[in-house]
Design a protein. Structure first.
Length: 289
């Protein structure tokens, strides 16, 4: 809390590495994962308690969200590319297939059409696209680092070669178990309001608005989160020269314990403080930095 009360920072993010880790290791429906969610919930409760005790409740906006859900991986329904007829890794220059439900392939020169045609209908739960045909709603393939062929599997099937996880994410963003949470509390937000689902790409514009900074080009829209805001950000907050912070934000972009905290000061982003309290098997809420 001293980052706000003493150091006068405007924006702090906390990254929690749980319950992601236990979800991968034990599966999303496991007792271990459920216990971890309780632990993270206590930690968020402690964070809110400290915000109250520090007298910050009336001028600090707290956003709790994450970038994905978690799906159980069914080992009985795996997809093995090696067993696909007419497919051979000799046709492939580069592959990234052993991590999560999406895969990247660079076929050797002149082999793209062949590889595409043999994989396209190889398995009912495997989806194979040429980069330029990959569904736009994934916000994924329009980047120079994405390979000419892109694969993804349906939820609960997963994986192409090797996979040890019992839980996984990275499936279709329309699958219910890939949805995540979004909670916001503070002076900028209406109380007790439940809004329609929205895409996480819109959170960036919201954060920029709360901080009074001009966003870089992005795929989201400020309009999407407007209904949840109590009032427009005061005009004074737009003035970067203004000394007093008027709408600080504390965002926990991923509800997963272990907190590399990226601390940014309005208009002049910088990393100032880092700490990584591990939640481990602790039953007490960890002491925040
Ligand atoms: Zn993960």
């Amino acid at each position: 809390m001293e980052w706000f009360t003493v150091d006068n920072l405007d924006f702090i993010t906390l990254y929690f590495g749980e319950p992601d880790s236990s979800g991968h290791k034990y599966g999303p429906e496991s007792t271990q994962r459920k216990n971890m969610i309780k632990q993270v919930d206590r930690t968020v409760g402690y964070l809110r308690q400290r915000i109250r005790e520090s007298g910050l409740e009336s001028n600090l906006n707290l956003i709790i969200t994450s970038d994905h859900g978690m799906e159980t991986v069914l080992k009985t329904d795996e997809i093995h590319l090696r067993t696909v007829s007419n497919f051979t890794f000799k046709d492939i220059d580069f592959e990234l297939l052993d991590y999560g439900p999406s895969g990247l392939l660079v076929p050797k020169e002149g082999r793209l059409e062949h590889v595409y045609s043999v994989l396209k209908n190889a398995h009912p739960k495997l989806h194979v696209y040429k980069k330029e045909e990959f569904p736009k709603r994934f916000h994924y393939a329009n980047h120079s680092r994405i390979t000419p062929l892109v694969l993804y599997s349906d939820p609960a099937s997963a994986e192409y070669k090797v996979q040890f996880n019992k839980g996984e994410h990275g499936f279709d963003n329309e699958a219910m178990n890939m949805k995540t949470i979004f909670r916001a509390v503070g002076p900028a937000f209406k109380k007790g309001l439940e809004v329609e689902p929205f895409e996480s790409v819109n959170v960036y514009a919201l954060l920029c608005e709360l901080l009074g900074i001009t966003p870089e080009p992005h795929d989201g829209s400020l309009e999407v989160t407007r209904p949840m805001r109590l009032q427009p950000t005061p005009a004074g907050c737009r003035d970067l020269e203004q000394a007093a912070p008027c709408s600080p934000v504390l965002a926990a972009p991923k509800l997963q314990a272990a907190l590399p905290a990226h601390v940014a000061r309005r208009g002049r982003t910088r990393l100032t403080k880092t700490s990584s309290p591990r939640l481990g098997n602790r039953t007490e809420s960890p002491k925040p930095p």
